[in-house]
Design a protein around this ligand. Structure first.
Ligand code: ATP
Ligand code: MG
Length: 592
């Protein structure tokens, strides 16, 4: 599916009364008809990994609707599985939600805050004859559960008396039984068409130190027993979750009906975000980290919020992306290009411009006085006048991008070639007069002449050039490392068709360029502050950066006009000549 297909699909699916989406329709209806007095939502992460951009969809939805409708949104950790949870994740999740731009105020909650209440409610169900302690082994329980086409069978322990169940459950709590010896199950319906209602497990025995409750508990509630009741305790009105929980909704409702909860929230499901060429699953991302396929959760190739932040993606671009993809009930795969467009649009306004040459080719300007330098003025951001200008240094020896020179160019290549005049951005018109090659016949240096009358980059006689090149002065540049990223996976749907998703990793997802030459100003660049290296893309300093060894991440490239011409040519075999030449000129001269 292409990006625009995915987009129109979700728009179609989410078409609604308000022109927004079905969630907002439901909420505005509930408020209008007085079913709820004010909207209360929650974002409920399990602290067993870092957040990824899929979570951002849920965060923006939950915090977004609360803000739009004058309600509130809680951050609640669903911390019911101490075997996999850690304080590191609790901290990172809070940091990431704040970074995205959201605030939970006083409403930071933990399911573990409710462990005693949940325990009491479990006893309540037992007293009502609606829960029992089951000693079946895991395998037997699975066998008794039946299949989607076949009803399950009652466990031989289903008929235990209330007193016996109470006694056993209390002894589970008190640590009398080993892990896995028995569980507490709801007594619902072993023949239900919904597998989640075939006497689901509510509590299991687990000796694990919990990040918050330590060793206080030896039994822990399952997700289903904790989630809805936590919602009810907090007065959540709209419990928004992803589609895979739709089959759990009858259980969510059954528990609320059968327990004396202080409120009755309703659950609604929306489609998860899926992004092409990456994976959005904490378990899989964790595997990439643990097995060293990436450098960590904040590896700039990761779709984690920490990775995106390190790569230089601004939170505003993520919020805009989430707003554009919308909220729908049908699953789709979104193209990475949609995210990249949001990033470019945001950074185009925000980023100051600098010049850096990634793959330097040395030029000596033979008629420029030896040993002399001069200061020229460069615009910091053509999109923002208040960003002002900066000084750049020009000298006899400079670098241009290797790709900007061709000795024997095809038609439509308008950059430097022997005898053709081009513009050096903010500097002069120069013309290549001589090529110097090494023994292998590779171009290693160019000799040029410049026209002193074109200072600042314009000819007084009005003559035009077709290309404007960025450059770096040999007299005043900083050697810089630049990390260029490609998709983390080589396939749009990693692991599809039953393969191991790890086999689909893109071996070329990281290219480290070590010999880049950049303006001295980049020494002061700070992580999180975007920079556009003219004609190359948007970059930001990596935390590995030092003034002596600046390191930049490429956040996203610019659209390369020449690459576009080449691909169009390959596709169409060279038709529509005139139009493309014009496009190319604009691209090369525009410099953005
Ligand atoms: P993962 O599959 O990555 O482990 P999860 O659902 O187990 O995710 P939770 O910590 O339980 O992770 O998720 C917190 C909330 O974020 C849940 O309400 C979940 O539905 C939502 N969420 C998780 N992944 C996505 C996604 N890709 N798109 C939208 N919402 C998501
Ligand atoms: Mg989950």
């Amino acid at each position: 599916m292409t990006g625009s297909d995915a987009q129109s699909d979700s728009n179609c699916d989410s078409s609604s009364d308000s022109g927004q989406d079905f969630v907002r329709d439901i909420i505005s209806g509930d408020l209008r008809d007085g079913r709820v007095a004010s909207v209360v939502t929650r974002f409920p992460p399990e602290p067993n990994g870092y957040l990824h951009i899929g979570h951002a969809k849920s965060i923006c939805l939950n915090f977004g609707v609360a803000a739009e409708f004058g309600g509130r949104c809680h951050l609640r950790f669903d911390d019911t599985n101490p075997a996999r949870e850690d304080q590191e994740y609790i901290d990172s999740i809070q940091r990431d939600v704040r970074w995205l731009g959201f605030d939970w105020g006083d409403h930071l909650h933990y399911a573990s805050d409710y462990f005693q209440q949940l325990y009491d409610w479990a006893e309540h169900l037992i007293q009502a004859g609606k829960a029992y302690v089951d000693d079946l082994s895991v395998e037997d329980m699975r066998a008794y559960r039946g299949t989607v086409t076949e009803a399950g069978r009652d466990s031989p322990f289903r008929g235990r008396s209330v007193d016996e169940n109470l006694d056993l459950f209390r002894r589970m709590r008190d640590g009398e039984f080993p892990d896995g010896a028995c569980v507490l199950r709801a007594k619902i319906d072993m023949a239900s068409g919904n597998m989640n209602l075939r006497d689901p497990v509510l509590y299991r025995i687990l000796r694990a130190t919990h990040p918050r409750t330590g060793d206080d508990w030896r039994i822990y509630p399952n997700y289903d027993f904790a989630h809805g009741q936590s919602d009810a305790i907090e007065g959540i009105t709209h419990s928004l979750c992803t589609l895979e929980f739709a089959d759990h909704r009858p259980l969510y409702d059954w528990l609320l009906e059968n327990l004396p909860t202080p409120s009755t929230p309703r659950q609604y499901e929306f489609a998860r975000l899926n992004l092409a060429y990456t994976v959005l699953s904490k378990r899989r991302l964790m595997q990439l980290v643990d097995d060293g396929h990436v450098t960590g959760w904040d590896d700039p190739r990761m779709p984690s919020l920490a990775g995106l932040r390190r790569r230089g993606v601004p939170p505003e671009a993520i919020r805009e992306f989430v707003a554009r993809i919308g909220v729908a009930r049908a699953d789709s795969i979104i193209e990475m290009a949609q995210l990249e467009n949001c990033i470019r649009e945001n950074l185009n306004k925000a980023a100051q411009r600098r010049m850096a040459v990634l793959n330097p080719l040395k030029i000596v300007i033979e008629n420029y006085p030896e040993g002399e330098t001069e200061i020229l003025s460069a615009v910091n951001n053509p999109e923002d006048e208040t960003a002002g200008t900066r000084d750049i240094i020009f000298s006899r020896e400079i670098f241009i991008e290797h790709e900007d020179f061709m000795e024997d160019p095809p038609r439509k290549f308008f950059r430097m070639t022997p005898g053709r005049e081009v513009r050096l951005r903010y500097a002069y018109f120069i013309t290549c007069t001589e090529i110097i090659k090494n023994d292998a016949g590779e171009v290693v240096e160019l000799r040029c002449t410049y026209d002193p009358a074109t200072r600042g980059g314009n000819a007084p006689d009005g003559r035009k050039v077709k290309a404007t090149l960025h450059w770096a002065s040999a007299a005043a540049s900083v050697k810089t490392e630049i990390r260029v990223y490609d998709h983390l996976f080589a396939k749009p749907d990693p692991g599809a068709g039953g393969g191991d998703f790890v086999d689909d990793l893109n071996p070329a997802s990281l290219t480290v360029l070590t010999g880049c030459m950049a303006e001295p100003a980049v020494r002061d660049a700070e992580p999180g502050i975007p920079i556009q290296f003219e004609r190359q893309g948007y970059f930001c300093a990596d935390p590995d950066s030092t003034p002596d060894h600046p390191v930049f991440n490429r956040t996203v490239g610019l659209r390369d006009a020449w690459a576009r011409v080449q691909t169009q040519d390959q596709k169409k075999g060279g038709g529509q000549q005139k139009q493309k030449e014009k496009k190319q000129r604009n691209g090369a001269d525009g410099g953005t």
